[in-house]
Design a protein around this ligand. Sequence first.
Ligand SMILES: *[C@@H]1O[C@H](CO)[C@@H](O)[C@H](O)[C@H]1NC(C)=O
Length: 263
Amino acid sequence: MAGSKALPTFCFLLCAASCALAAASYDYMILSLIWPGTSCQPGWFWKPSCCVDPLIDNPERDFLVETMETYDSVTGKLVAKCEPSCRFLMNPLAGLTDDLNAYWPSLSCPAQNGKQKWKDAWCTYGNCTSLSEVNYFGRALQLRARADVLHALGSKAIIPSETKSYSLEDINDALVPRIGFSFTVVCTRNYIIWPLIYDDYLTQIRVCVSSDGRSIITCPNGRESNCGDTVKFPTVSYPLHGREDNAVSSTVIKLTSGDEMAL
Ligand SMILES: *[C@@H]1O[C@H](CO)[C@@H](O)[C@H](O)[C@H]1NC(C)=O
């Protein structure tokens, strides 16, 4: 009798111990969606502050995945780089490459394809999850589509504009019916006259996600927006692709004989 009771108790303790250990690791994630209108605003001297790979079609003019971070809700802290010998493979992502290029591109300069960015996301956060590569990336992309931030904003007449500003309250009110209290709006402050006159640009929407990457959840650790009362939401203009340059240089065709023929 005592034995049959002791066994489940023992199993419970064993589980409690391993669950306590597991609690030192991640138990939710934050999907960070960037607004390319802000990332690609011209910087100093109108130098582009974002670059796109000329060999890949331009990313969508929509909120794009920056990364999906792993968090511990007990400490509220990031859980990162769980496996020093992390390996990232492109093969498992073959079926996702088009979506990754469209919605999870690298915008850093000089232009590059997304591989380094995806590797960083996987080896910093993805490898800390219980998800396979294809599920980590695939679910992040699915959640981005499900949150559908651009449409949620648009349905409340918050549309990208070079001239208008929107109130942070209106932005919040547009998103709550769609994704609940699962998000934080992040801005970048651009000073016109420091420290008095500035514009806040919508930079990111950070969405809290369950540990299995299947659902959008209320954020376990509340975070305040850093935006002021009014927010700019600029239109997206990607830098020129360099395709024009390619077209010009291709007017000289190399012949197999080694002669060059100018067209
Ligand atoms: C993390 O990386 C290690 C080493 O490559 C691997 O053994 C482990 O399965 C990875 N974890 C996940 C969730 O894929």
